[in-house]
Design a protein around this ligand. Sequence first.
Ligand code: MTE
Length: 323
Amino acid sequence: MKKITEHHITDEKYYLNRRKFISSGLGLTATIGAGAGGLLLANSSNSAERTKGGSLLDKVKMTDYGKGLKPHSFKQISNYNNFYEFGTGKRDPAKNAHTLKPKPWHIKVSGECLKKGNYDLEDFIAPYQLEQRIYRFRCVEAWSMIIPWVGVPLASVLKSFEPTSKAKYVVFETLLDPEQMPWQKRPILNWPYTEGLTIAEAMNPLSLLAVGLYGKVLPNQNGAPIRLVVPWKYGFKNIKSIVSINFSETQPINTWQDQAAKEYGFYANVNPNVDHPRWSQARERVIGGGSFFAPEKRKTELFNGYKDEVSHLYAGVDLRKNY
Ligand code: MTE
């Protein structure tokens, strides 16, 4: 694992800019109803903002999620990534993800629901209020960050497709297009990247579909234009650049489980008491904290600190077996 030496600093400029107007890489122009749950993402002619690496989302509701947590900087969050479709190094996605075209973007909804279809991203997101939520992010590789996501609750979106009683799981897939995602030409993983949640996990209020961070549309390397954020689970569950959502009766095999079933399971809940077969999960390295020789470490928290919100989902479940 490559060590980095940047300090853990909040980039105030981005943090405070969040209410500044906007443009959207999603290419939408919509208005928000006063006080209602609309969304506003408007086109901007401000090319300067665009060239600075991302446009701004407007009408983002600030929430109390993560109140008191100090987010990592935009630079840190967008330059230390895992996105194997663009390379296996932490800096590869930032270098290589410019080939991804997040606009236009469609998402296929299929399986055990009444409203199947192929939806424009716009239709997906437009009815909902965008929220900023500051969440902890913990990678299975034992590093962590704090990220100010912008997104919509996954539950609201899923409910609109009217899942049937047979929908026990929700399965997500990333775009499969080796021209846009050049490392898909290599047999590193079984493409497309696939992830899943139980329907109860997916409907948990913490689950978010993120379209931005720091008030800006998601940089390509962070999973533009839309990715999953489930903060009580290891980072690999947070699938990027989603093009398919399937309501399934059966539990899917997710990509890392498929790759190494003894090391990665379906649940992947952050847990300091269940080690990875090759390393301890008791502590985590805070990205940018400390120095090269003495990196900042903190104790890993059960469910990444979201025990109160999610532990009921696993009542009676043996977390050692269901890792
Ligand atoms: N999604 C896709 N499609 N491809 C990937 O390689 N990597 C996962 C997850 N989602 C990955 C993915 C892993 S291992 C992590 S830790 C997070 O994305 C990293 O998210 P970040 O780069 O935004 O921090």
